[in-house]
Design a protein around this ligand. Structure first.
Ligand code: ADP
Ligand code: MG
Length: 681
């Protein structure tokens, strides 16, 4: 296939996503809800989505609701678990009563099995329904099927309050749409109720951890908001949220500036208000807007924003991780409306983060003196199995012994003739094709790997323009431009840090390479999840590990083994397993052999914590107070096979060759047009 065409699929510039049913919805079960938008076993008929969406009449909710038994079947089939956390809490004396409490806390709301039902059952605004139909998605994914009904107030139950929600669903399973659609509908209904109020104000905030994720959410949102009267925007420097608020500091060092600012920079009173309904931001950008003098160590209380009725945390576990926690909590506490509804989304929300979230919700309710009877439900929805990767992704763990072995391995990956991949269950050997997304432990290592590989791509294949490095030290405009070029398929190999491990949706990524092992199990799940999105088959995650990494590999091996087991069971149509470790121990038919699991050492809690905070020691930066031995070890682990002088010379010569080629009129891009991907050899 034409590599360029293949890559340009991720731009979204061309046609919409296929109307064909996805090969495999992104659930762990791997089964589609149905071929016609409904659970096949339930044998119910409905109109096509587009017909429903284009019908301006308010459709009547059809009476074909599922019985509780059918909902239970549906949830079982799609590995959906919805739990009322309020009912789950409280001490249970015996194992039996704990089980009973667990069972009693499960709830079985109607799933939304087709987008058409949003109109018929939830009276969703026709313009919004038509925007959804425009996207040409065949049917809701599991997380959408499970959460739409929780978050959308049904037309029959207008006075019902939406619950606070923790939603855990696999990477690439459509969580963005799952929170955007109900939020936009809620905003439309709020507009209808306060028609007299001409001035727009922000009524919802979506927080996301990186600058790369914010515009992606805004873009998705804009497609859905068209002609609905709802607007969505990214937080910009120098803007203020409410009249009377200070404007965010334009000189703040590290935060967003996605769009060019045109307003007067000198007079704070003339700085514009954010006029959108829905604001998407990183936590730090917003906290600076609410309190320009905000400091991590001595946080001032931020200005309250009582107009916020909905708060969404995308990648919630990162936002509540110690790294972002104080900023996120500052924004949360600034939202003082008693009817604030909060939802948190991620593929991985551990029990400690869940506890923090629940206790913060409870404390807030007490602080605001919200009576028990007025508190919303607090629900948790889990789709699939904990700590597993998508069944659509194949995994390969490669032992390279040393750091230089990794470089060799990386170069082999770039040459399909030598780089073949067997997925364990099948005999086929498939060459790995770009785009590649390559993760390293630090910014310095990402830059060094880029320096090393920059000239590996011959001019005839696009030369060094095909490879790029992206990390948080780059200026914002460079980051945005690299993201755009990668999405457009101009860049084939993108080297990065964990900055891109979360949330970003490059639909066309074929290979994720963990050049350096991720430092947590969740890190592995998220990095791998940059491929195989929206049910796409054929994604591969390659992880290199050295002698030094052996002590840390067990967690990753468990994820791979559980995911491969899931892959096998979904192929065989089975639904099995309850947690990663349990499934991992019985794997025999996949790339990960049981002996490897048993041979690998367990990691102590303190080692895990240290790894998470600082990464593998030899790959950390050299510090002045490191002893000589540590410095030697760190130097040895640096990426690169040549001395700096040699590298400069080689690069200079290659650069000269490239320059002479382009002066002869053959730009790398031109010579590549229409070429088949045959690697860089
Ligand atoms: P997540 O946040 O769960 O990682 P995203 O929301 O980024 O996933 O969605 C991943 C991809 O799936 C996006 O490209 C999105 O357009 C697509 N998608 C969303 N909903 C559906 C659907 N119902 N059917 C098919 N594709 C979908
Ligand atoms: Mg997401």
């Amino acid at each position: 296939m034409d590599a360029l065409r293949l890559l340009s699929r991720s731009t979204g510039l061309k046609a919409k996503i296929s109307k064909e049913p996805p090969q495999n919805l992104p659930s762990a079960s791997g089964s589609v809800i149905s071929q016609n938008g409904e659970d096949p076993s339930l044998n119910r008929k409905r109109k096509r989505d587009s017909e429903d969406a284009n019908n301006d009449q308010v459709p009547q909710a059809t009476s074909n609701l599922l019985s509780e038994d059918e909902v239970r079947q549906f949830q079982k089939r799609h590995k959906i678990k919805i739990v009322d956390l309020t009912r789950l809490q409280g001490a249970s004396r015996s194992e039996e009563s704990r089980k009973l409490r667990k069972e009693q806390s499960r709830i079985y709301p109607q799933p939304v099995t087709s987008f058409g039902q949003l109109r018929t059952h939830y009276n969703v605004n026709p313009a919004l329904a038509s925007n959804i139909a425009e996207q040409a998605y065949f049917e809701p994914t599991e997380v959408q099927a499970a959460t739409f009904s929780l978050l959308l107030k049904s037309s029959v139950e207008e006075d019902q309050r939406e619950p606070d929600l923790l939603a855990i669903a696999p990477t690439g399973s459509g969580k963005t749409l799952a929170f955007l659609i109900p939020l936009i509908e809620k905003t439309i209904r709020a507009h209808r109720q306060r028609q007299d109020q001409a001035e727009k104000h922000v009524s919802a905030i979506i927080l996301a951890p990186t600058k790369e994720l914010v515009p992606q959410i805004v873009n998705e949102g804009r497609k859905l908001c068209s002609s609905t009267g709802v607007s969505i925007t990214a937080m910009r420097k120098g803007m203020k949220l409410l009249e009377g608020h200070p404007a965010s500091d334009e000189n703040q060092s590290s935060e967003d500036d996605f769009e060019q600012k045109t307003e007067d920079k000198t007079d704070p009173s003339s700085r514009p208000l954010v006029k959108a309904d829905i604001l998407v931001s990183t936590p730090l950008s917003l906290v600076h807007a609410l309190c320009p003098s905000w400091e991590e160590d001595e946080p001032d209380p931020p200005h309250p924003i009582p107009t916020i009725e909905t708060l969404v945390f995308d990648e919630a576990d990162v936002l509540l991780d110690p790294l972002f926690r104080s900023q996120t909590l500052a924004v949360w506490s600034a939202c003082t409306s008693p009817s604030l509804q909060i939802s948190m989304w991620s593929a991985t929300i551990g029990s400690n983060i869940e506890e923090l979230a629940v206790s913060t919700i409870r404390e807030r309710q007490k602080r605001l003196k919200i009576r028990r009877s007025q508190r919303p439900q607090l629900l948790r929805t889990v789709i699939g199995l904990k700590d597993t990767s998508l069944p659509t992704i194949s995994h390969r763990l490669t032992y390279t012994a040393t750091e230089s072995g990794k470089l060799l391995g990386m170069r082999q990956l770039l040459h399909p003739t030598r780089s073949t991949f067997s997925n364990g269950n099948e005999d086929t050997t498939v060459p790995l094709r770009p785009p590649f997304l390559v993760f390293t432990q630090t910014i310095t290592r990402a830059q060094s790997l880029y320096d090393e590989l920059q000239y590996d791509i011959p001019a005839s294949a696009g030369g060094s323009s095909r490879i790029a490095v992206l990390h948080s030290s780059l200026p914002d405009h460079a980051r945005a431009s690299i993201m755009q070029q990668f999405r457009q398929g101009k860049i084939w190999v993108l080297i990065t840090t964990d900055l891109l491990s979360r949330g970003v949706d490059f639909r066309g990524v074929n290979v994720v390479v963990n050049y350096d092992i991720p430092t947590t199990v969740a890190g592995y799940v998220h990095r791998a999840g940059r491929t195989g999105r929206a049910g796409r088959q054929g994604g591969v995650c390659v992880s290199f590990y050295t002698k030094e990494d052996i002590q840390y590999v067990k967690g990753i091996v468990n994820v791979i083994a559980a995911s491969e087991k899931l892959r096998t069971s979904s192929r065989n149509g089975e639904v099995s397993g309850s947690n990663a470790a349990a499934t991992a121990s019985s794997v025999t038919t996949t790339g990960i052999q049981p002996w490897l699991l048993h041979a690998l050492p367990n990691v102590s809690k303190s080692a895990k914590k240290d790894l998470k905070l600082h990464g593998v020691e030899s790959r950390r930066a050299i510090h002045a107070d490191d002893d000589e031995k540590t410095k030697r070890m760190k130097r040895k682990s640096r990426i690169g096979t040549q001395s700096g002088y040699e590298k400069r010379e080689v690069n200079r010569k290659r650069g000269a060759v490239q320059a002479s080629l382009s002066t002869k009129g053959k730009t790398p891009q031109e010579s590549e047009a229409g070429a088949e991907w045959e690697g860089f050899s």
